[in-house]
Write a protein that binds this ligand. Structure first.
Ligand code: ADP
Length: 373
């Protein structure tokens, strides 16, 4: 089922918009993630799609039909919440069966068969007679998922379903949910504040801040060309380094006076104030005398050796810069190093507005680069 939102807003209190002017089309069979910090309006948007919250302004269409006032029970969608919301006095089987309560035409035998099939598919076959309290957190969450998808509704809405699970289980469940969604071919709208979930599960991600859309795109589009400095620092861990700079005489001069000497623009530009965005993996540690190092030397402030990679923190113009190195690099704290920025990988943002004005897949000539957002 396709879901379309046209100029959708939600006002809870006078003049306070929890969600503002959302325009998006979520394709049939798409895994669509609503991502943003707490309070940005994700759950409000999800609840408006579910029909649990009135839409103050705008239009919601489901498969092309206006659905603003459609009763929630007629919207052909299922929901999964963070707290599982299982019935404690019912068994696993009875909880899953509950997902079929709308199917008036289905016989009891058919319902039980369906319930057993889905339980088998989700590795719950041996727990059908147990009560929720006799299950682990991961198993309970799987029951909640099974109860949602057993109905085969064409849309499933999930609100932070993995928040209560430990890190290892979350990783497993991410894969399971994604596989299940693809196998069933349902449209998934998935709310999270976790950028890793969004990047690994989403076909598309919508990033919200203060109820407003910041960017909609495929995970790598957003990672490589974040529409503004908020998105740049929200996606990626550690986040994109954002370094104040200015353009003068065709060069980029970083805050602190360091020059990016490999990057030249064809013509001189006026002294435009910008912010350079560079991912930690696109900065390399080099010998301090290396010609390609940016001028000036840096001192290792902090390091995190993670096994397959090491995150080294240095200071540039009073600001911390993260560098992601492959492997285990045991540089002593306080060691002087040179750094080499891969200039063909930098994003450039306007300092005033924070908006992206140039990114690696466009020509890095600010004169020819159109405003992207
Ligand atoms: P998120 O899911 O991203 O954490 P929410 O959609 O829950 O954000 O909330 C968005 C904004 O709307 C917040 O400022 C929140 O305080 C406000 N809000 C949410 N629900 C209500 C409500 N029932 N009444 C009034 N304000 C609400």
């Amino acid at each position: 089922m396709e879901i379309e939102l046209i100029n959708v807003s939600k006002i809870y209190h006078r003049d306070v918009k929890a969600v503002s002017d959302i325009n998006v089309t979520i394709g049939s069979g798409e895994f669509f993630v609503l991502l943003g910090p707490s309070g940005c309006g994700k759950s409000t948007l999800l609840r408006m799609i579910a029909g649990l919250e009135d839409i103050t302004e705008g239009i919601l269409k489901m498969d092309g039909i206006i659905a603003n006032n459609l009763d929630p029970s007629k919207r052909n969608l299922s929901m999964v919440f963070q707290n599982y919301a299982l019935y404690p006095h019912l068994t696993v089987e009875e909880n899953i069966l509950f997902g079929l309560y709308k199917k008036k035409n289905m016989s009891k035998t058919e319902k039980i068969k369906k319930c057993k099939d889905i339980a088998e598919m989700m590795g719950l076959g041996q727990y059908l007679k147990r009560k929720p309290r006799e299950l682990s957190g991961g198993q309970r969450q799987r029951v909640a998922l099974a109860r949602a998808v057993v109905s085969e509704d064409p849309v499933c809405l999930m609100d932070e379903p993995l928040s209560n699970l430990d890190a290892k289980l979350r990783t497993n469940m991410r894969k399971e949910i994604k596989q299940l969604q693809k196998r069933l071919g349902i449209t998934m709208i998935y709310v999270t504040h976790d950028q890793v979930e969004a990047m690994t599960m989403g076909d598309k991600i919508m990033i919200l801040k203060n109820g407003r859309v910041q960017q909609i795109g495929k995970p790598l589009e957003i990672y490589n060309a974040p529409s503004n400095t908020f998105v740049a620092s929200f996606i990626g861990a550690p986040p994109m380094n954002l370094i104040p700079a200015r353009i003068a005489n065709g060069e980029i001069i970083l805050h602190g006076g360091h020059r990016l000497n490999l990057l030249r623009f064809q013509q001189n530009s006026d002294n435009r104030e910008i912010i350079i965005g560079i991912r930690p993996e696109h900065i390399n540690i080099s010998d301090i005398n290396n010609q390609r190092s940016i001028n000036g030397n840096f001192f290792v402030k902090y390091k995190e050796i993670l096994g397959t990679e090491t995150i080294v923190t240095v200071e540039l113009g009073g600001q911390e810069i993260f560098i992601r190195c492959n492997g285990q690099i045991d540089i002593p704290i306080g060691q002087e190093i040179g750094i080499n920025i891969e200039v063909d990988k930098i994003c450039i943002f306007d300092k005033e507005t924070g908006k992206l004005i140039s990114h690696p897949s466009v020509d890095l000539n600010l004169y020819r680069c159109n405003e992207i957002v």
